[in-house]
Write a protein that binds this ligand. Structure first.
Ligand SMILES: *Cc1c(COP(=O)(O)O)cnc(C)c1O
Length: 429
């Protein structure tokens, strides 16, 4: 049999791109496959270079909450492009998008746009250190906050799959001020505050963990972090790069009513264009240059095309918040359907679901922290992934990543998905 175009694409990519991909998870190593080379995508479907259609549950890792290439995203983009794609000067679209984000997130009094989630987090951490005059930060094992040095300690996402909890090339110096606590375990955070009194600048948390598989916060966990940080004079940073505009229009802070000091955003706010942002209390944000002493900058930050695409998406979501209960309902259907089919076939499986973000764990109970996540059967996940891919479903190519639903997914699609998943379970049992 001749090579598929998809295989040829990968071979050619390997000749010129490091590892053939621009982000490790795309290599599909964790599930023992070759990458899917996207040729185009529309709605809930991605089409590879061989023209094979996949019902997509990756959704570009979150941004495609309306499905791919929606008219909403593209509205007015050509006009913006023609007016110039970057100026190195401020433009009105930045103000408009900032206003739209701040309306959705009352805790964000002032914002700054950057080009990725990594940049947003890196900048927020620097700002927190500048604001408190303290060096240390607390993160959670399995929490992923982009690939900046200080955050690549016990990190999730690709670095979990690849078994390098701290990447090579991260200096001891960069890692030494990063303390790691256990997700959903307030005592582990308390212990760190006790061990390092008056030294912690900030606690950074994914309010729903999305990069060790989806892990929901237990009742009281986020509230406890709010209280602890306030008492200890540290800032609370919600990394809502995934959850912002996804778990609700106002992210997890809307769901929980908790106001962090700083918030980082990405993914959805660019509608698929490279955008990140960080924002929070005025008094903290005013420490940024040019007003204050904390330096942060970006040549392409606030790029007009990216701002317009984000604005389109945010504007639409604001007027169509019925999307959120829909995603929640579809996610619950997947959870119930998969867990039932697991039981029918004697396969230990549990589905962790929060507001349309989910992970199918091959483990009998939904995990609540990294240690429990790591007890999942990754070999079985890989087999499940391979068989579902053959049937035309694109699932997260690692046990340790989330699945994302979009408004383009329908009840009929979920029924089809569950039917095929059930048949695959029979094959696996
Ligand atoms: C994806 C992600 C990041 C990093 O964003 P990039 O745009 O990939 O740099 C940071 N934090 C969380 C929670 C993420 O999911």
């Amino acid at each position: 049999m001749g090579r598929s175009r998809n295989e040829t694409c990968y071979e050619q990519a390997l000749e010129v791109l490091a590892g053939g991909v621009d982000s490790p998870v795309r290599a599909f190593h964790a599930v023992g496959e070759m990458p899917v080379f996207a040729e185009h995508a529309k709605g809930a479907y991605v089409y590879d270079e061989d023209g094979k259609a996949y019902m997509d549950f990756i959704g570009s890792w979150g941004p495609m909450i309306l499905g791919h290439a929606s008219d909403v995203q593209l509205d007015g983009i050509e006009e913006v492009l023609k007016k110039g794609t970057s100026f190195g000067l401020p433009s009105k679209l930045e103000t408009m998008t900032a206003r739209a984000v701040e309306e959705a997130f009352p805790s964000i009094e002032k914002i700054r746009f950057v080009n990725s989630g990594t940049e947003a987090v890196m900048s927020a951490i620097r700002l927190a250190r500048g604001a408190t005059g303290r060096d240390k930060i607390i993160k959670f094992a399995g929490g992923y906050h982009g690939h900046a040095d200080a955050l690549l300690v016990d990190a999730g996402s690709g670095s979990l799959t690849y078994g390098t909890p701290s990447s090579a090339g991260v200096t001891k110096g960069a890692a030494k001020d990063t303390l790691t606590a256990r997700y959903n375990d307030l005592n582990s955070v308390r212990a760190l505050f006790q061990a390092y009194p008056d030294q912690v600048a900030a606690v950074i948390v994914e309010p729903v963990a999305g990069n060790m598989g989806v892990i929901a916060p237990e009742d009281g966990f986020l509230e406890g972090l709010r209280e602890l940080t306030r008492n200890e004079g540290a800032l609370l940073i919600f990394d809502e790069v995934i959850t912002g505009f996804r778990t609700a229009f106002g992210g997890m802070q809307e769901v929980t009513g908790i106001q962090p000091d700083l918030t980082t955003l990405g993914k959805i706010i660019g509608g698929g264009m490279p955008v990140g942002a960080f924002g929070g209390r005025e008094e903290v944000m005013s420490l940024l240059a040019p007003q204050g002493p904390v330096y942060q900058a970006g040549t392409l930050s606030g790029n007009p095309v990216a701002m317009k695409m984000g604005l389109n998406l945010i504007g639409y979501l604001k007027e169509h918040q019925e999307i959120y209960p829909k995603l929640e309902r579809l996610g619950e259907r997947i959870k119930q359907g998969i867990e039932e089919k697991g039981k029918d076939n004697g396969i230990p499986v549990s589905v962790s679901h929060q507001n349309g973000m989910l992970t199918i764990f091959f483990r009998s109970e939904v995990p609540k922290n990294l240690e429990e996540v790591q007890q999942s059967d990754t070999r079985r996940y890989a087999l499940f992934h391979q068989k579902m891919r053959k049937r035309g479903y694109l699932l997260a190519p690692s046990q340790f990543e989330g699945m994302f639903l979009s408004d383009a997914h329908t009840d009929e699609m979920i029924s089809l998905f569950l039917l095929d998943a059930g048949e695959v379970f029979e094959e696996l049992s």
